[in-house]
Ligand binder design. Structure first.
Ligand code: NDP
Ligand code: GDR
Length: 343
């Protein structure tokens, strides 16, 4: 019997790579999608097969992390072996504008899903998408023992989700794990996160359709890895003998300025001519430096990042330049980026 997985956040960056990985491993994959007035499945359209077709392995279900009873019904029907909770309001800057909504999805959403697992009475392994943002103001390097000091409503909501996942492991003996992932990016990254904003701008400036890009703080330091290889780490966490929490990171440190200069240089452009400052992109409280120590994941899971931040920047610039040139200088639907798979 093929294993069955349930993924919340399947339409997001990580959800799309994880669905690809699990389908390639022979899983039957069920994804939660939100009903919207426009299609929001462009990152997974290349995986979709009509469910009436024999051999269909990907099934999508309407639902929302704010709707607990729907989660119970779905889990009772699907009876997954593995649940990956990737859904969240995931933008840190936006969490200052929408703190209550962020708490409701990024925080409360997790307990709704954990309770749904209990109420549906199923035995499954549970992955929670925890974040390096939980470390916030605690200086690097950060690992599984580093104290949390969140600096945003998003970070605080993720801390709640982290602890409630750990509590369900201890209280009910659930195989529930936290993957504490440092920033990971790809050609499928949402367009308003800084890396993708930069690589899209590089492509448009190179094509002559844009001249400037407006950014906020260039001094913050991040440990940016490649999303396609981080989803393998998520899966390995659920295959371990015992439930545990793991950091996934590259261990590298790059400032936003370093990412900008690497990306522009790769396209033969001088960033200082094109990057402008806009205070709108500053945060009321910033996380200055995140640099992960993933040695626990290497020891126990045999997982290690292979793509460093400079290579990642070049992969993303190449992808955005290719998409723009195929589309005759106009941005096209993200589905085209879905073809940018692993490495
Ligand atoms: P994205 O923002 O790309 O995707 C978020 C997903 O969550 C989308 O599928 C979105 O659906 C869905 N979603 C949002 N709100 C709800 C809701 N109320 N109910 C159901 N689904 C909802 O995030 P990533 O793929 O980058 O990240 C995946 C997870 O990992 C997130 O939880 C994020 O916070 C966390 N994380 C990410 C890191 C990173 O660097 N990428 C690092 C550490 C943690 P829709 O498409 O309809 O908007
Ligand atoms: P982050 O990612 O907050 O680390 O959260 P983001 O790319 O938004 O910001 C990274 C750093 O860049 C600075 N910055 C800008 N950021 C954005 N978005 N837009 C700008 O114009 C800009 N200019 C400078 C930011 O101030 C920040 O220091 C991501 C998300 O994926 C979370 O869901 C995840 O949990 C963490 O990574 C780990």
């Amino acid at each position: 019997m093929a294993k069955r997985a349930f993924i919340t956040g399947i339409t997001g960056q990580d959800g799309s790579y994880l669905a690809e990985l699990l389908l390639a491993k022979g899983y039957e994959v069920h994804g939660l999608i939100r009903r919207a007035s426009t299609f929001n499945t462009s990152r997974i359209d290349h995986l979709y097969v009509d469910p009436h077709d024999e051999g269909a392995k990907l099934f999508l279900h309407y639902g929302d992390l704010s709707d607990g009873s729907r989660l119970v019904t779905l889990l009772a029907e699907i009876k997954p072996d593995e649940v990956y909770n990737l859904a969240a309001q995931s933008h840190v800057r936006v969490s200052f504008d929408e703190p209550e909504h962020t708490a409701d999805t990024t925080g409360m959403g997790t307990i709704r899903l954990l309770e749904a697992v209990r109420m549906a009475g199923i035995q499954c392994r549970f992955y929670q998408a925890s974040s390096s943002e939980m470390f916030g103001a605690t200086p690097p390097p950060q690992n599984e023992l580093t104290p949390f000091y969140p600096r945003s409503p998003y970070g605080a909501a993720k801390v709640y989700s982290y602890w409630i996942t750990k509590n369900y492991r201890e209280a009910y003996g659930m195989f529930a794990v936290n993957g504490i992932l440092f920033n990971h990016e790809s050609p499928r990254r949402g367009e308003t996160f800084v890396t993708r904003k930069i690589t899209r701008a590089v492509a448009a400036i190179k094509a002559g359709t844009q001249n400037h890009v407006y950014l906020g703080n260039l001094d913050s330091i991040r440990d940016w890895g490649y999303a396609a290889e981080y989803v393998e780490g998520m899966w390995r966490m659920l295959q371990a003998d015992e439930p545990d929490d793991f950091v996934l990171a590259t261990g590298g440190n790059f400032s936003v300025r370093d990412f900008v200069s690497t990306a522009f240089e790769h396209a033969g452009l001088d960033w200082e001519k094109h990057v402008r400052f806009d205070e709108r992109y500053l945060r009321p409280t910033e996380v200055d430096a995140l640099v992960g120590d993933a040695s626990h994941a290497e020891d126990k899971l045999g997982w290690k990042a292979t793509v460093d931040t400079a290579e990642l920047a070049r992969i993303m610039v190449d992808a955005d330049i290719a998409v723009l040139s195929h589309a005759g200088g106009k941005w096209i639907d993200q589905v085209k980026l879905a073809s940018w798979g692993t490495k």
